[in-house]
Design a protein around this ligand. Structure first.
Ligand SMILES: [Fe+2]
Ligand SMILES: [Fe+2]
Length: 265
């Protein structure tokens, strides 16, 4: 056992998805056994290790994900599996990079680590459920090209924990809350109740991720003596390429304690 920060780094350094997932559960087990954060890491990679497939391409070249055909549905599940794999790395990068960043109060660090380990565990399960579902319909992770947009957002905010929290959980994961119910309805209407059930689990758990994002965003804003709402808007303007697009899932965002005034124009 070498501490949570080190174990989170080990997740980033696993290229094989299955190994990445196993290292998340090892990180969780070690944390529950010791609550040892460990020291700051001297070296942190900008990019996590990833398998040689899927090929990463320009977002415009990612195949259309119309769930009407079996291949289209596989492409859709594959795209979500890819997001979940990125989300594992995002949660572990949060721990490895920002636990000692200065904006997290020392006495709050154990809670910070606990929260992001719990998120990493959820993401690892989400990835696993989707990878198994893909296998049951004759596909595997890596079979379709994917894009690297999520990690590029992470790279853009690697120097700034407030920006990372604003963009990753509070813009991108919150966007997931907006679109997932529609995907669930589509899958249900096509009688793919198994995939729909997986997405329902993911949807429920992602509300908690946004809640955790909101919790730590407000902690950091407070410690940096910022007014959280105007700071959030400045961070989004600076670090997020694009607009916050309605329709918003207001009930889910409100449950996650993401105030409406932060995102509604
Ligand atoms: Fe997830
Ligand atoms: Fe998540």
């Amino acid at each position: 056992m070498t501490g949570a920060v080190h174990n989170a780094l080990n997740v980033l350094l696993a290229a094989d998805p299955q190994q990445k997932v196993e290292r998340v559960f090892a990180l969780d087990a070690a944390w529950k056994a010791s609550h040892d954060i460990g020291d700051m890491e001297a070296f942190l990679p900008d990019d996590p290790m990833r398998p040689s497939r899927p090929e990463l391409v320009d977002p415009a070249k990612v195949p259309r994900r119309r769930p009407g055909s079996p291949a289209g549905r596989a492409a859709l599940l594959h795209a979500i599996a890819h997001i979940e794999l990125n989300a594992i790395d995002l949660a572990c990068d949060m721990i490895a990079r920002f636990t000692y960043g200065g904006s997290i109060t020392a006495h709050a660090r154990p809670d910070f680590v606990s929260d992001w380990i719990s998120v990493a565990c959820d993401e690892a399960r989400h990835y696993g459920m989707l990878a198994r579902r893909l296998a049951r319909i004759g596909y595997g992770y890596g079979d379709f090209p994917a894009h690297n947009g999520l990690w590029e957002a992470a790279l853009a905010t690697r120097e700034n924990v407030a920006a990372r929290l604003a963009i990753a959980p509070l813009v991108l994961e919150a966007r997931g809350l907006d679109v997932t119910p529609g995907i669930i309805r589509k899958l249900t209407s096509m009688n793919d109740s198994e995939s729909a059930a997986i997405l329902e689990t993911i949807y429920r758990e992602e509300i908690r991720h946004v809640f955790i994002g909101s919790r730590w965003y407000h902690h950091v804003a407070h410690n940096e003596l910022r007014e959280p709402e105007s700071y959030f808007k400045t961070l989004v303007k600076t670090y997020f390429k694009g607009e916050l697009k309605p329709p918003f899932n207001r009930p889910a965002r409100t449950l996650a304690e993401l105030p409406e005034s932060y995102y509604a124009a």
